[in-house]
Design a protein around this ligand. Structure first.
Ligand SMILES: C[S@@+](CC[C@H](N)C(=O)[O-])C[C@H]1O[C@@H](n2cnc3c(N)ncnc32)[C@H](O)[C@@H]1O
Length: 317
């Protein structure tokens, strides 16, 4: 299947990255290379490092960015390894980074990847099918009722987590649940009819929860963002695109903390924490897609872009 992904808020991302032709940039989630193409185009003596943990994304990005091979390095790795890999390659400081979180349209649309309740396929959901051995099918068929309830609540904010988990356990006693459509049917039969009709994708929350769990999407996201911020040169920009409230909350909190000088409790008479802001918020509120983009690309409707700017030159420890 042809790799298809429309980069979200492309103009806003490029504008906010404030690209210097001789700067060093990092695209932590290159996907099909849509954002990276526009970054690479603007570089002269600069360099762009691209990361993704999905083999198919790496293949596609390699093709998309082929004409920029003099200024682009593509690396298959979890972005949490990016600070370490960059350091190994002698990169101490960067002028900007982009993290476009979540899944690509390609991952969703490719039924065989098992991410979507719209396409039938084996329940897989792994972004990295080489390194990650745990699939959504393993979770659904082997995790306890309590573990399933916790995953559905914590990562899907699914208010019907208990009844859905109960029905999963009941069905799997008879036969394995192995496809996306089998799971979708169990979820839909667990929900009140009016919820099924009103939600627009009744299984969305559970599928999101499983995907986040299987890929450990929120694990260490805060520490990773802090490490990327520490790499930023003065006036270097960090852009993060999120697609649901759980990841946006993490980004918001890290950016708030890193842009605050003193973090002592409110009534402390003098500062004892010594905390110093390392970035400033470029805009207090997240940037959202224009009405026009939201009309053309439904994926952009839930997108939020947060941007920070490096304050002082810091050395990497
Ligand atoms: C929304 S897509 C990025 C699309 C890209 N900006 C473009 O223009 O085509 C998100 C990508 O991030 C990758 N990804 C998600 N979490 C990752 C992680 N922890 N490490 C590396 N890649 C990750 C996914 O495999 C997916 O290809």
């Amino acid at each position: 299947m042809e790799f298809h992904h429309i980069p979200v808020m492309l103009n806003e991302v490029i504008e906010n990255l404030n690209i210097k032709p001789n700067g060093i940039y990092v695209d932590c989630t290159v996907g099909g290379g849509g954002h990276s193409f526009e970054i690479a185009k603007r570089l002269k003596n600069g360099h762009l490092f691209c990361f993704d943990r999905d083999e198919e994304a790496i293949e596609k990005a390699t093709k998309t960015l082929a004409k920029f091979s003099d200024r682009v390095t593509i690396i298959k790795a979890n972005f949490k390894e990016a600070p370490h890999i960059l350091k190994e390659r002698g990169v101490e400081k960067i002028d900007g980074f982009l993290v476009d979180l979540g899944v690509s349209s390609h991952q969703i649309d490719e039924g065989e990847r098992g991410f979507s309740f719209v396409h039938d396929g084996v329940l897989d959901m792994r972004m990295d099918r080489q390194e990650n051995t745990l699939t959504a099918k393993d979770v659904v068929n082997t995790f306890s009722y309590d573990e399933l309830v916790k995953i559905f609540y914590d990562y899907g904010e699914e208010e019907f987590a208990k009844v859905i988990a109960k029905n999963i356990v009941k069905v799997r006693e008879k036969s394995e649940i192995s496809t996306t459509f089998q799971l979708r049917d169990i979820i839909e039969s667990s929900l009140p009819k009016k919820v099924v009709f009103s939600r627009g994708g009744a299984s969305k929350k559970v599928f999101q929860a499983l995907r986040i769990y299987v890929n450990g999407e929120l694990d260490g996201l805060d520490a990773f963002l802090k490490e990327m911020i520490d790499l930023l040169n003065e006036k270097g920009r960090g852009c993060v695109l999120t697609f649901h409230s759980l990841e946006d909350r993490i980004v918001k909190n890290v950016f708030k903390l890193e842009s605050t000088d003193c973090i002592c409790p409110p009534k402390t008479p003098i500062c004892i924490c010594g905390h110093k802001a390392t970035v400033k918020l470029v805009s207090r509120k997240p940037i959202v897609a224009t009405a026009e983009e939201q009309k053309q690309n439904s994926r952009s409707t839930s997108a939020k872009l947060r941007v920070v700017e490096g304050l002082i030159a810091r050395s990497m420890s």
